[in-house]
Design a protein around this ligand. Structure first.
Ligand code: FPP
Length: 239
């Protein structure tokens, strides 16, 4: 069997808080260490030839965290976007953001939009940051948009099918890269937590005990090795 690089990898970068608490640090220090792991993982994915990498940076449910923690998360996100812009450009990475962007502060939106623009001509790894993202919101929003298009006579209810549904999702621009091949979650939790529920319908799942700040480039390569041992049948049978 040839070695396959998964086209689309999605990661829930979980366990920052526990990583810090276990070492006697405040939770936010875990986010600091966690955010500093992103750079290396993006580069490794790009160099391995992964086509799309989607990172769960902030969920719709994360709005319920204390304001101080939310502030740190958005500050780290901004810092990443500002600091890594040049390197992402040199690495030929494109950037997209999925989620309720309208809920973000305008300064965060602005740095994100600037970098998206700067990287828009690149042709390599498609990096997607899921920010204020939740699949249930994505799907309800898709239903509402479709209903509106029906009302305006742009489409008819009977036009709805899986391909059309995908056009109403936040991941529409990923096109054939939208289906997740490998779904990784760190920190020993076995849940999807409202992340890419539609797109991960046939993903291979890998749950790791490590917390995100300890996740290395080597772990990413190992995850891809495990992926290569999986037997993907998409509900069919082997010939
Ligand atoms: C989960 O850990 C992690 C998050 C909610 C945020 C992930 C964000 C980053 C890694 C930093 C910013 C992102 C980028 C792209 C630079 P947790 O707080 O839920 O940990 P716990 O489960 O141990 O409490």
């Amino acid at each position: 069997m040839p070695f396959t690089i998964p086209k689309h990898i999605a990661i829930i970068m979980d366990g920052n808080g526990r990583w810090a608490q276990r070492r006697g640090y405040p939770r936010v220090f875990g986010h600091v260490r966690g955010s500093s792991r992103v750079k290396g993982i993006v580069k490794e994915a790009s160099q391995l030839g992964v086509k799309a990498l989607t990172l769960y940076a902030f969920s719709t449910e994360n709005w319920s965290r204390p304001e101080a923690e939310r502030k740190v998360l958005f500050r780290l996100l901004k810092k990443y976007v500002i600091r890594e812009g040049e390197e992402l450009y040199a690495e030929n990475v494109r950037l997209r953001v999925i989620g309720e962007l309208e809920r973000l502060d305008s300064d965060v939106r602005e740095v994100l939009n600037n970098l998206i623009q700067k990287l828009s001509g690149n042709t390599g790894l498609q990096l997607t940051l899921a920010i204020s993202y939740g699949s249930r919101t994505e799907l309800t929003r898709a239903a509402a948009l479709f209903a509106k298009d029906c009302q305006e006579g742009k489409v008819r209810p009977e036009d709805m099918n899986e391909a059309l549904m995908e056009k109403y999702l936040w991941t529409a621009e990923l096109m054939d890269l939208a289906p997740v091949d490998l779904f990784i979650r760190t920190s020993g939790e076995y849940r999807m937590s409202n992340f890419l529920l539609w797109q991960a319908a046939y993903a291979e799942f890998l749950f790791l005990e490590k917390h995100w700040p300890d996740f290395t480039e080597g772990d990413l390569r190992l995850a891809i090795e495990v992926y290569n041992k999986r037997d993907r049948r998409y509900g069919g049978v082997k010939p």
